[in-house]
Design a binder for this molecule. Sequence first.
Ligand code: XMP
Length: 326
Amino acid sequence: DWTMGNVIADQVAAIREQVGDKQVICALSGGVDSAVAAALVHKAVGEQLTCVFVDHGLLRAGEAEQVEKDYVASTGIKLKVVDAQEQFLGALAGVTDPEQKRKIVGREFIRTFEAAERELIAEAGAHGETVQFLVQGTLYPDVVESGGGTGTANIKSHHNVGGLPEDLQFQLIEPLRTLFKDEVRQVGLELGLPEAIVWRQPFPGPGLSIRIIGEVTADRLALLRQADAIVREEMSAAGLDRSIWQCPVVLLADVRSVGVQGDGRTYGHPIVLRPVTSEDAMTADWARVPFEVLSTISTRITNEVADVNRVVLDVTSKPPGTIEWE
Ligand code: XMP
């Protein structure tokens, strides 16, 4: 019968059979799909798997640490971390166009991941081993839709769309191909992954770069991270994590408005809250977050985040608005 325990046992057997004594690599994004896919493969072939985490500096507060520490501690997975924060910031300098940001992040990600791949292949070769497999966290809806829409596909599918140099030939391992998101979460829980990863709400591949309206800079990222952390903290405290699909927090970096704080006049940036409910992200409605929660968030952000003097709520459904602002 179809229980997650059986799914795990079946996949572990199938992966062992497929991989044999070869080496496997997997890119971790910080999201639930790649985390669960890698954990399944690790359960099957242990040390033959090496994961690569490209820290592009566009994740939210604490998320890189969750991957580098909590995830590794709970799985025992061999992880190679590439700190590419300066590289991504450099590549994004001066860029304000949303699609341009997506392209740059996708391109730099592929570049960085491939460099890491080459290093791993060279290291394995020095030990007389062959790297032959690549893990992907493809879900059943991805299979059905086959590359529909968002940039997830850009990053996730670069290996099957000819983005690979010709001398690198991988076979794909896609252990989540028959599963829906909620089943993937069940598998993750059964494998003992941290709840913060298993229950993570959707987060775009280009990360915070598309939540800063304007140029992406280190200072702006730090500011947005701080505001976002407050929003997540208060949403969690209010028990809203499972009822809200996601809540982008957006910095209008090129907009300033006048405010007053203490004795002084301020001229700071607005932060936009974009909490939505949704079934599949194709359509969405703005979430009716209780006023008290919004009030706490607003007070905390304007008190705690320097240079932010206004918090506004996005009450647009999708369509016409998209979930993200860029
Ligand atoms: P939109 O803004 O199109 O977002 O309503 C729909 C869902 O997709 C996510 N999203 C992305 N995910 N790369 C991703 O991996 C992207 O470039 C991207 N853009 C949007 C968004 O967070 C929402 O869940």
